[in-house]
Structure formats: structure tokens, C-alpha cells
Design a protein around this ligand. Sequence first.
Ligand code: ADP
Ligand code: ZN
Length: 726
Amino acid sequence: MIYHHLALNVPLYCLFTYVHDAVLVPGTRVCVPFRNKLVVGVVWAAAVTPDIDVAKIQPIQQVFDAEPRLPESWLALLDFTARYYHYPLGQAALAALPQGLRQTRAVRLPEPVRHYTLSILGRQHAPPPIRHAKQVALWQVLSKGTADMAALKAIYVQAAKYIQIWQDAGWITVQTEAAYRASPIDGHVLNPEQQAASQAVQAALPEFVPFLLYGITGSGKTEVYFDIMDKVLAQGRQVLFLLPEINLTPQLLKRLSQRFAQTTTAVLHSQMAAGARTQNYLRAALGQAALVVGTRLAVFTPMPHLGLIVVDEEHDASFKQDSELRYQARDLAVWRARQAKCPIVLGSATPSLESWHKARMGDYTLLTLTQRAHAAAQLPQVHLVDTRRLPLDQGFTEVVKEKLQANYASGGMSMVYLNRRGFAPALFCSACGHVFGCPHCAAKMVLHQRAHQLRCHHCDYRMPVPSVCPECGNQDLTAVGQGTQRLEETLRHWLPGARVARVDRDSTSHKQDWAQLYEHIARNEIDVLVGTQMLAKGHDFARLNLVVVVNADGSLFSADFRASERLFAELMQVAGRAGRADLPGEVWVQTQQPENKVYQALKAQDYTRFADAELAERRDMAMPPFAHMAAVRADARTMQAAQQLLRTVMAASVQQHGLPEHVNQFGPVPMLMARLAGYERAQVFLESRSRRDLHRAVSWWQTALLAEAKSHPHIRWLIDVDPMEL
Ligand code: ADP
Ligand code: ZN
């Protein structure tokens, strides 16, 4: 009888012992009974000495030995992740698996991928008639080399039909061997800066070197990634490409699938159907997929031949998961690159201050692109409009209104960008000043005029727009603030005939909606885009030449020390959207704080200036990245109960261990968003210059919490290491 330690999806900080009649290799997926249920487990260690009564140890019921085993490197990654984020190992391990592997049955293994190309007969045959442009595009790819169905469908959704027809005609041959295929070099000829950046990374191969690729918007970072990826793929190694949340990046996915049409690619993100995600995960793990493209969760994908990691838009907040296992995928990606002994490239036009600091300290090698890649594309001109001095009409100053009208008249495309953070249209009683708050959380209700509803943007509570003030009975309720919907109406009124489109979470909640809107934009069918942060991400709108920013000041007064950094990054991205092609762009920012360093650096289009000034301030305040932070949180029905639990736990921890050395403890305090979905949320901050001291203190808290929380079953608690939400 052989005893094994298994990781199970159970909220306990331990492994579980089970018995089997043969040795199972760590990484094997199994099925075991746990509390009268069958659950999935992953073998973590074999031939262990049991530390509980052997009579109580149950046998492993099923072994999925036909499946690829999770490799040692994966087990090590999850070991590290669970320790670093103080999260139960079994829960971390299971959360890192796609749904198909969390189920108690064997998984279907992916078919080898079929690669199509023109046969000799096909090559002698004439291509489809020119008027069938998509068929011609398919034919061209097939005549240049091989491509799999996913790549072909990216070119033409009806690819399967035509491949079948052409296959029946004998014009196509199918191959099913391994996945690695260098792509045809039909990218741009790199300019000297791009060349230098690419060369620096290639020179590091195959060693671990972390690079920060800092390049202004439009400087051609993507082409640099692609050039390096080409070289690595050609060596038969795998590439992991991480990008921000997927619904905003169909454009990048398209560029990837065009450039790497002949490389088997596995796409992984949370909005995919579970079955497809499991299959793609297995393709990567089996080495069938050479290129793995995904959002943060893809960082946990086993890749036996990993040779390069790219993290695009590395500053993006979506790399940090803000529930359950609160990992930062960018940081884990660096850890993985070190483990796999391969280079990693973190790219951004506005790097996170964490990464910028590491580059300044020499921990990361800094690569810089200072020029826009299109020779004709110029940097936008940024104008600050002081709204302390100028009257507003429907939220706009006269000068900005005229700019918008003139730009429409001359056929340009405009974008009106609204910073929604800490700001939304609300209903307000003009007699007594009553504001409508959410009855379930601390948020203000947001007015949705079209739906005739008030909605809470935090817990999603909805109610019809009231007709009288509940406090004074006044019937004159006024809409305050400038939401995207009101801006849209104002613009339609001012620009008769203009095609105005709104982009925010309400109008583009589905991937499909965004793809459609993008098609409209690409076909020149939009004159004015109105929207929030969602517009800031890496889209390339050739005709866009005027950006107007209204009401961004809220972020400058935020209690969150990262608010300025986020605002600056967003505005730089938005500004970078203007004037990408041959048209010079203009940016007009309405603000009451034109002297603020965020706006001054924006005007100068100077990330470095902002980043170094902001870092100096963080150093003075001993804030990240100069100190490391963890938050211990309690969520309860009342703020008092939440804070009381944290106080009790702190006292218990101090009594047992004394005060942690070199660690500052603050709180308990309510979170910035103190009430959420019926819970009151409090937290204690732990801060230290030393990671090790911080982790020791967090472990003490963890032990004390585990002991104390048992007697408070209605209070949820969690630990957030390197928290982003304050
Ligand atoms: P970034 O990722 O830095 O925003 P991209 O890689 O998207 O920049 O490049 C911006 C634009 O410049 C794209 O339209 C791209 O096709 C073009 N481009 C990139 N590199 C070159 C180059 N070497 N020569 C000409 N055009 C280029
Ligand atoms: Zn609410």
C-alpha cells in the first residue's frame, strides 16, 4: 500500500492523504471520496509517511492515467502561488485548471491539429474569382504555406465549407504532424529602434532575462513582440502571450492570427466555452500548440517547451484577479520565465510604477521605443482647458464645442472620453438636496435614462426612476453629472446628422457588440465615439483626430494612492489613439486642475517625467513599490462586526508572537467601497520594506484568523497580497 498526498478543492491549508496499490507520479489527476462525495484531486507527493491513523485513510478510486500529467514545473508554480498569496494549495491548484479537468471524469484528449495547404493539383488550378475576396484570401494563405482551421476561420468564417469543397476537388492536402511552423515574414521591416529591442531579447535566448519594453503608443511594440516570437517559434519552442481582458482586443487577436497563420495557436480566456478552453489547455500542455494567447488565467497553462513570455499592456489592471485566488498574472509570469529559463518581455506605453521602478533599479532591462512607427504619424497636441474660468454648457466649454463641430464639418472622427471612476450621472432633488443611494451598498445610484431606471454599479440593484423625492415630496428631480448617455444626446443635438456611438459597459457588454462596433468604425461609419475607460485600450482608429476629455478630475482627489497613475495611463492611451495614421491629432482636456502633474505630463506627452515624479512621491510616503503591502479583510453584516473580528485576531496574533518586526499595521478601516452587496467590508493593512517580514506577519494573521473565524461563521475573511483595491 502506497500513501499519497493530494491537493483537493477544499478551503483548508493542507494536503490530504489517500492510499493506492501502486505509486502514482505527482501531477496525476485522480478521483477520491471526500465527505461522502467524489471529488477530483491532483497527486502532489507519492510514497509519503502517513501522519494520521492509517485505518482512516481511504483508497483512491480512479486514476486518469491516459491524460497528460501536470508537470513538475506546474506543481512548483502552484506551490509558490499558494504560499505567496496565502491561499489554500488545493483550491489554488484546482482554480488553475480548466473546468474539464476539475470534473470527476476522464477528459477527451484533443485530436492532433490538421494543417491544410494547396496540393500539387491545387497549385496548378486558378484561384477563385477576384469578386470572392474572402475565398481569394483563403486561397492565398493556403498557397503560401499551411494553416489550421482556426486560423482559416479567422480569415473567413465559412472556411470549413470551402476547405471541404476544395478538398473534395483534390486541391488540398492535410497534414497532422507537430505544431511548430515558422510564420512567413510579411511583417514590417523593423526600424532601428525596433531592431535594437528585438535583438536585445534574442541575444538573451535561451536564458532568463526580464525586459521592460517601454514604447509610446504606435511605436511598434507589437511588431517587436512578433519578430522575437517568430525566432523563438522557429527554434521549436513555445510562446506564451498574455494580454488584458479579451473583449477589447479582437484587433490584436486578428493581427496575431494573420501573422501566425501557420502556427498552431491555443487561445485561452474566461469568456470561452468551457469545452474549448479545456481542449486548448490540453493542446498547450501536450505541446501541440506552439503559441498560447490568453488573459491572466493563461499564466497557469503547462507548456513543456516554453521559450518566451510576452505580457502586452503590462500595466493593465486586469492582470490582477480581484476575487478568490488574488494573483497578479504579470508577476507570476516573471516567476515562470525564471523557472523556465527564458526571456520575458513586459510591454507598455505607460508601464506600471512597479515595473518602471524595477527597470530604474536595473532588475529589468529597459528597452525604449521613442518614435511612432508610421513615419507620418505625429504625437498629438494636448490642450488644457481651465474650467474654473470658462462657463460650461451641457458639460462642455465653448472652445471644445466648436472644436467638435469643426471636426465633424471637416470629416474628422472625434472621441469624447469620460472618466467614469468616482463619477456617474445621478438623480438629485433640487429642493432638499436628497441624493439616491443604493439601499444595499455604499454606492450612489446611477441614472439610466433610456431604461428609465436607477442602477447600482456595484451590486447591480435596479429600481424604476422615482417621480417624487422620498424626503420632501418635491416632484422636480434633476439629473446631475454627465453620464455617457447625456453626452451622447447633447452631441446628437449639436452635431445634426453625425453618427454618434456610445461605448461603455452597458452598450457593449458582449464581445459581439464590440466586434460589431469595431466593424462600423473600420468602415468609416462613425463620426463621434462617446465612452469610458473601455475606449482607452489598444485600438487603432485611423481616422480619429480629435479627443476630448471631460470630467477626469475626480481621480485626482481619490483616496486610492494609485488613482493618479491609473488616470495618467488612461489619458495617455486615449491621447495615443489620436492621429495614428497620417492625420495629426488634437487632445482637449477640460479640468479645474491644469497645474496637476498628471495633466502637465500629459501635455508634454512625457511618461518618464510623470513616472519619476510619482515614484519620488511614493518613496517619500513609503508606498508601493517602495514598501510591500498586504491586506487582511473581513466582510460582515455590520462594519462593527467586521472590525471587531480583525481587532480580536490582531490581539491574538500579538499575544502569541509579539508585534511583527519591521512591519507596520494600519487599521482596521472600512474599505473605500465600504459596503458591497449587503456586506460591510473592513481591512487591516500590513506594510513592510521586506517581503520576508511581511510574509511572516501575514502567516501569523492567517493562523490566528483560522482559529478565530470558526466562532464567526457569518463573517468572510480573506488575505490580499499586493492589493490593488483599497
Ligand atoms: P504599438 O503596439 O506600440 O502601439 P504597433 O505595433 O501597433 O504599435 O504599431 C503601430 C502602427 O505602426 C501599426 O499600424 C503598425 O502596422 C505600424 N508599424 C509598426 N512597425 C512598423 C515599421 N517598422 N514600419 C512601418 N510601420 C510600422
Ligand atoms: Zn448597490
